[in-house]
Design a protein around this ligand. Structure first.
Ligand code: CA
Length: 227
């Protein structure tokens, strides 16, 4: 069986540990994020089959995370955990784009049943294609193409292209790119971003006449179509 990767966003360490252990025993690979900010970041930069998202989180709550992820085109199924069995909360979660919910406390067997049900529905239903000129990426299928030719990208190159496309027209600094794609604090002597942009260009731009990835000297990079 293919191992499924699941993200658990939960600030209560006891619950998080319980979920992680239980899911791992059931053959899932589990990442835990302790807050909404980390959770949203993981969900955008790592491929997960499913996200288990607690609503009550310090700082940034689960509602904000769901809204943000859906707005950014992340269509990973989300099962949210709510402490109160309030109809309003359930409806809100589903309206914001979550797929299902569970009321705490819940039986682990019920969580597994809900997860299997969501996973059986298969991949996302929404369109997940981002496009600039003749370049497009399909996030759900994890595929990038230009002028109809599929681009052979490494996972990091794909993430980098995704970030540039998602924020096309916007100049992104090397620091921001390093944080978003590598989750590292940028060190000024590191050229990891430059190296990857160069490789990405060799695939995305070099074979084509119109260049889409542009360097803004001293600032960073922007992906856009120049007239
Ligand atoms: Ca909580």
């Amino acid at each position: 069986m293919l191992l499924m990767k699941v993200l658990v966003v939960e600030d209560e360490s006891k619950t998080a540990t319980y979920l992680k252990r239980g899911l791992e025993e059931n053959g899932f690979i589990v990442d835990v994020a302790e807050g909404g900010e980390d959770g949203a970041h993981f969900a955008q930069t790592q491929p997960y089959e499913l996200i288990i998202l607690d609503v009550m989180l310090p700082g940034r709550d689960g509602w904000s995370v769901v809204t943000d992820l859906r707005r950014r085109g992340v269509v990973t199924p989300i099962l949210f955990l709510t402490a109160r069995d309030a109809v309003r909360d359930r409806v809100k979660g589903l309206e914001l784009g979550a797929d299902d919910y569970l009321v705490k406390p819940f039986a682990f067997s019920e969580l597994l049943a809900r997860m299997r049900s969501i996973l059986r529905r298969g991949p996302a239903r929404q369109s997940t294609v981002l496009r600039v000129a003749d370049l497009e990426i399909d996030i759900a299928r994890h595929r990038a193409q230009r002028a109809g030719c599929v681009l052979d990208l490494t996972p990091k190159e794909f993430q980098l292209l995704y970030l540039l496309l998602q924020r096309s027209g916007e100049v992104l600094s090397r620091t921001l790119i390093a944080e978003q794609v590598w989750d590292i604090n940028f060190e000024s002597d590191s050229n990891v971003v430059e190296v990857h942009v160069r490789r990405l260009r060799s695939k995305v731009d070099d074979p084509f006449e119109a260049k889409l990835i542009h360097t803004v000297r001293g600032v960073g990079y922007v992906l856009e179509q120049h007239a």
